[in-house]
Design a protein around this ligand. Structure first.
Ligand code: FAD
Length: 387
């Protein structure tokens, strides 16, 4: 900060001070509490007004910092949970505070190690996991759900169902329309969805240690507001991009064989509502990103590739069952947050619960784990489920 624009140092320190209060209220106090009733929302309104929650993250940071580049550096964080910094309420400014206060953590072995550890914990607690078992329908009996029907036709009855699949997908594809009062197909179509992602996972047969790269690299393009506008509002695939380049081998050599590196690079792109034909656009987009990386960060990249796999919005839609291929479910705007977000206990069915990015509090691992805690607490307190 001192090197780039010393005049902004005092403003930055003030910003950090104010985001501490937002973090304490928004994350420590509210992220793992359900917002089932409108009164839950009313209780927090005075604090939200006091904290100027109606401002966007970008407008908020602009009150403290003058330099445009620094404004970008300290406002991009809503993108990590699927939000446009120009539309996301300032509560998401706390992500920067959280990263400074608690640090940025990496699980050795990658995200798969977290998934495996959660699976082990679940089994140690007596749970049973069935893999490759696609749920095709949630069986409904009045205001209750009765269990799930798998793709093989088998019905598994249950006292309660927790859906961790995308909420919009769950309502639209797993529960027949005639049983839904709140989340009708029409309402789901009118809601706003976060952007999708284009992600290239790749490995190289040489090391890249002299390039000054870090484990996490944010590569901002020339355009900021314009590019975000293309992604979220105009829904156009721009020729330029801003990238996140992940280089886990710097912290975790187990991610690649000796003498090799592992990377992924991601670019936020419009969701499938934009009508982009990814069957033809994907390869062109991939080539542009790899060429850019080769020219600017990773010399001779393409001659040194030994592994590569890329995914586009069609993967999010067709493989992960995410509505419109959105990577972070409902866009985190004020009217789709807290009580306004689909509840952790379904508004339509008393014993259907949600955990994951599409329910409260929202996307990202801290958010989805908080949502799981809320769902577990609600089930523990539900009268009809006490034995
Ligand atoms: C490239 C990338 C990098 C990220 N990096 C970070 C990061 O560094 N830190 C962070 O905090 N967050 C990160 N995120 C965000 C985070 O991963 C997500 O917000 C989070 O995983 C969402 O969790 P979820 O449980 O809602 O959905 P998911 O993790 O997608 O889980 C939903 C699961 O449900 C399954 N499913 C769907 N339909 C059915 C069905 N009918 N039957 C059975 N199963 C079904 C899907 O296959 C999927 O496995 C990243 C996301 C991406 C894409």
């Amino acid at each position: 900060m001192e090197q780039w624009n010393p005049d902004d140092k005092a403003g930055y320190l003030k910003f950090m001070g104010s985001t501490k209060a937002i973090f304490e209220k928004g994350f420590l106090e509210l992220a793992d509490k359900p917002f089932l009733y409108f009164t839950d929302m009313l209780k927090v309104v005075p604090d939200l007004v006091k904290m100027q929650s109606y401002l966007s993250v970008y407008r908020y940071i602009s009150q403290f910092i003058d330099d445009e580049f620094l404004r970008r550096c300290f406002s991009f964080h809503p993108l990590l949970v699927g939000g446009n910094p120009f539309d996301s309420p300032l509560i998401y400014a706390m992500i920067h505070y959280l990263e400074r206060a608690w640090g940025i953590h990496y699980a050795l072995g990658g995200t798969g190690a977290i998934v495996a550890a959660l699976g082990r914990l679940f089994e140690e607690l007596g749970g049973k996991i069935h893999l490759q078992a696609e749920v095709e329908e949630i069986a409904v009996e009045g205001r209750q759900v009765a269990g799930i029907r798998l793709a093989d036709g088998s019905l598994h009855r249950a006292d309660a169902v927790v859906s961790n699949a995308d909420v919009a997908f769950t309502y639209k594809n797993l529960i027949p329309a005639q049983f839904r009062r709140k989340y009708t197909d029409h309402k789901l179509a009118r809601m706003k969805y976060s952007m999708s992602l284009f992600v290239i996972y790749f490995g190289t047969k040489r090391l890249y240690r002299e390039q000054g790269l870090a484990h996490h690299n944010i590569i901002l393009g020339e355009r900021y507001k314009g590019l975000l506008d293309d992604i979220f509002n105009k829904q156009e695939l721009a020729e330029d991009f801003s990238l996140y380049l992940h280089m886990p081998t710097l912290s975790d050599p187990s991610m690649a064989p000796p003498g090799c590196e592992a990377f992924y690079v991601l670019s936020p792109v419009p969701h499938l509502g934009a009508g982009i034909d990814w069957t033809t656009a994907a390869k062109v987009y991939r080539d542009a990103i790899m060429q850019f990386l080769e020219e600017n960060y990773l010399p001779d990249l393409q001659a040194n590739l030994i592994a590569e796999h890329y995914i586009d919005p069609l993967h999010f839609q067709n493989t992960l069952n995410s509505y419109l291929g959105s990577a972070f479910s409902f866009q985190p705007i004020f009217t789709q947050s807290a009580w306004f977000r689909p509840h952790n206990r379904s508004e339509d069915f008393d014993n259907l619960y949600f955990a994951g990015a599409g329910t409260h509090p929202g996307a990202g691992l801290p958010g989805v784990l908080s949502s799981a805690k809320i769902a577990a607490d609600l089930i523990g307190k539900a009268d009809n489920l006490r034995h």
